[in-house]
Write a protein that binds this ligand. Structure first.
Ligand code: DLZ
Length: 158
């Protein structure tokens, strides 16, 4: 578990370790799939470690991170989904594409959570290069997918 995240049992008086009756939606961008699939794996394993059932984790794939907000909305508006995790990896290129996509995705994902009054977690890496992304997708800097899953559980038990 990421060191900066508090132990879940310290975080809330309720037994947050049990999410066996919760349903999660995960949207995964296919761009930089080597990274995003590793993030997805980290997220799903973490949810399962805290009791989530495989059949209660709905996974949907979209082309790129720009599509994450709308797809997150499609999941967030489902009454049976308790929290959504949006997973992507945006890597700095030689054009300003990076800035536009990163900004739009962050803003869009936040808006979906506010609109649907439901946790929509920003599990998107924004890095200078692939190496930095891999370091955060199971490498020396942990796995942002795991962090996103823990954040979703914390928010469900706010
Ligand atoms: C076009 C594009 C570029 C240049 N870079 C990335 C990236 O680093 N990460 C990512 O998730 N998606 C990228 N995309 C694709 C856009 O997110 C989007 O899928 C397309 O612009 C179509 O809307």
């Amino acid at each position: 578990m990421a060191t900066h995240l508090k132990n879940l049992s310290e975080y809330s008086p309720v037994n947050v370790a049990d999410v066996s009756h919760k349903r999660f939606g995960i949207v995964v961008a296919e761009w930089n799939s080597e990274v995003t699939e590793a993030l997805l794996s980290g997220a799903t394993k973490t949810l399962q470690n805290y009791g989530a059932k495989t059949e209660n984790i709905v996974i949907k794939r979209v082309a790129g991170s720009f599509e994450l907000p709308l797809a997150s909305q499609w999941l967030a508006q489902r009454a049976d989904i308790d929290a959504v995790i949006a997973i992507g990896c945006i890597i700095q290129g030689e054009t300003r594409h990076f800035d536009f996509i990163a900004q739009a995705v962050a803003e869009g994902i936040m808006q979906v959570g506010l609109k649907h009054n439901k946790p929509v977690i920003f599990g998107v890496l924004t890095t200078n290069n692939l190496e930095q992304a891999l370091e955060r997708a199971g490498g020396k800097h942990g796995n942002k997918g795991e962090e996103a899953a823990i954040t979703a559980i914390k928010m469900i038990h706010f």
